[in-house]
Design a protein around this ligand. Sequence first.
Ligand SMILES: *Cc1c(COP(=O)(O)O)cnc(C)c1O
Length: 439
Amino acid sequence: MRYASTRDPAGTAGFGEALQRGLAPDGGLYVPTSWPHAQPEDLAQDRSLARLATRLLAPFVAGEPIAGELEAITDEAFSFPAPLVPLDSGPKLSILELFHGPTAAFKDFGARFLAATFGRLRRSNPQPLTILVATSGDTGGAVAAAFHGRAHFEVGVLFPKGLVSPTQERQLTCWGGNVRSIAVHGTFDDCQRLVKQAFTDSTLREQAELSSANSINLGRLLPQMVYYAAASLQIHRQHGERASFVIPSGNLGNALACIWARQVGLPIERIVLAHNANRTVTDYLQGGEWRPRPSVATLASAMDVGNPSNMERLRAMFPDLDGLRTAVTADSVEDVDIRRRIRLGFEQYGQIWCPHTATAAEVYHRLAARAGGADRLPGRWVVVATAHPAKFPEIVEPLIGRVIPVPDALARLLARPTACTEIAADLAELRAALSRRRV
Ligand SMILES: *Cc1c(COP(=O)(O)O)cnc(C)c1O
């Protein structure tokens, strides 16, 4: 399989190369040059996520030196489940729980696959690689967890000091060892700018080889297809129907993986993007004008994106707006409705949802209301749960009036001692922070 840049179809790369580069040299994003055809009947035999992943992803790494290690990679990455939980009072509605990994968010799947692959690609290279990641939420923790303790890797996690929740900050600063947590006096945009500057800084590049692990990396996108495959196959097996998904969306990486899963032949019907008050995509699909804008802060902060980078991949796949509108629909939810849906989810179903999941649940309920009731909404529906609510106790607990039980893995993280370096939003300070000896 070759991967082409969204900006230049001639500039192709193999899987390993595309993964290590992140961005194509022309600034575009890598997309597959052809679509393999998965046979749902073949895939349906694989009952474990890891084996399903191996079979589904094999064509995407075909011809690469790493291909023979795919099974070992998927064993490492898919070592926790992604259960589909039916809701009692709505037999046609299920929740796909993607939060059973080490940092309790779906980003663990992509980060762990990326780390397992990266580790093998660079096994023969003794030169350490520094992974820089700017984060305002779950990415930093997932990437830190996935690379923590891996020989020949250093990780720098940059986050905006004081602009992440106390619980999030603990997940970003509890690592030590080969992970440096860097609290930047500035905004998330400052963190991103610093990472970009670092990549073009000759001093830093002399000190260490740099790479990124952000959500446009193919190594994070491809594995996300796997849980959509598993969920849609399960529904097809049990009910003979195609599944429709409502996906909490920000940068559109998770939704794109679902679109790719449908593209290779999995039994997926509708794909609905659930955004928060950052309406760029919703407005585009409704009005036809692409108008990226600065992000606004919401309760579902991991989706606070005003200029989703994966839109470039979506538009390359569906060049005309009508085609895109057939492929996906979108809706946006304000904070008041996120809060209300968290309350209602608990009252109606006994479910405790994080603000991102509640955004998708609200979009589902609007669809049902428009159809004249859940019974009238055709098909089987899946609301994707992207994070465990215990990551957001400050928001969720007052709404449901009780303390959220913390999963063991997350409790272990939160109990670790924390440490971080504070810097001004300045490249010289980042250089100093990265060259300091490990603690
Ligand atoms: C990152 C994240 C999202 C948004 O996913 P995208 O792939 O950026 O669209 C949604 N929910 C949670 C909990 C996240 O961490």
